[in-house]
Design a protein around this ligand. Sequence first.
Ligand code: ADP
Length: 453
Amino acid sequence: MFRKILIANRGEIALRIIQACRELGIPTVGVYSTADRDSLHATYADDDVCIGPPAAAQSYLNITSLVSAAEITGADAVHPGYGFLAENAYFAEVLADCGLGWIGPPPEVIRLMGDKAKARQTAAEAGVPVLPGSGDPLSSVEEAQGLASEVGFPVILKAAAGGGGRGMRIVRSAAELEKSFDTAAHEAEKAFGDGSVYLEKYLEEPRHIEFQVFGDRHGNVIHLGERECSIQRRHQKLIEESPSPALTPELRSRMGEAAVRLCTHVGYQNAGTVEFLLDRDGSFYFMEMNTRIQVEHPVTEMVTGVDLVKLQILVAAGERLNVRSGLAPRGHAIECRINAEDPVTFAPSPGRLTTFHVPGGPGVRVDTHGYEDYVIPPHYDSLVAKLITHGSDRAEAIARMRRALDFFVVEGIKTTIPLHREILDDPVFRSGRLSTRFMEGFQARRERAEEGA
Ligand code: ADP
């Protein structure tokens, strides 16, 4: 087992990893930028090291500083969390060269699945359904037009190197494609340093269904069921739940098997997520794979009883998976992402938490690095807390979420709590008839209600 784990991250996920390490009896090293001096992850880690100034490029993304921090503290493994260097194959390779353990998949698998176009081709090779289109980078607008007329509009242009909901463009006609193609490639080049763009069929009202997968070093691969993440704004997840209201046990096992097939095909190890779009007719298609722990992992933990972060560490240390694939979910769990943002415009709202009262009671879990008087720095993402509820069924999980949102008091900054309250009260949300276009319909219903009032 590892002697000491360095956590190359900040915020709630750094704390979550510290919790797992504490339970396993493994000391931790927290690293922080000068903007995060007062952060709980620096306080709760056994050792803490300042790794640089606020800009992430000079601190949380600074590989030299991170390796030095591991060396001076005697850490022998690194957990990257999510974001920052979590899907950086080069970082994983540097750690291996320095004799440090990496709590994640092999670098070559990260690299393969990190290229969305190559991942799509790999899924097709593994016999996993992909949307009509092509994973080959498009070299000209003529090629894009040819492919689009084969597939039929609407289509979506995607940056191979994209992520975080960025680098996608929906195109509804040949005239629009003419205009969008160069802009998309140019934007991809600017944002990701790689102008490769590919094209696939755009589905009008799919659900986003992703599967939690795990592999060990001994060739075992399992899945731990799905999360439905259809409630998104600007392609970014707001609310996640498990199980999906749309999945029958039969569909769950078919999708889960497809996810496992892909992971077996690439020799996957550690925690990962295979994302699918589920169409209204029940067809599902591979979308992408995330080769790390996800923000929304707690909903899976609540319905499976498996501590995914502990399992990541055990598996990275060479232990065999001791969990059965395809466990039937126990009850229902929902997660609301509480962001420091204006609930209407989604503009970031950093600043001091003058009041921070966290809800509790049956079936409530809060993963947060917030506390009263903590100042949210403007340099990083806006997630302040993840509010997760568990109930015997979806209705109870919703009732608990609704009550927990009322008891969550955050003052000093704006948060998405009021928005979550409204979504939880929305009849369409409650009915479980979700799609990735949910938020558009929700906004329209909200505007109509305001006009009527
Ligand atoms: P990212 O890596 O930026 O998260 P994804 O490929 O996972 O991008 O897509 C994010 C979201 O974009 C999906 O959850 C879905 O809402 C939408 N999306 C992506 N591809 C399609 C598609 N072919 N048809 C319809 N919606 C799509």
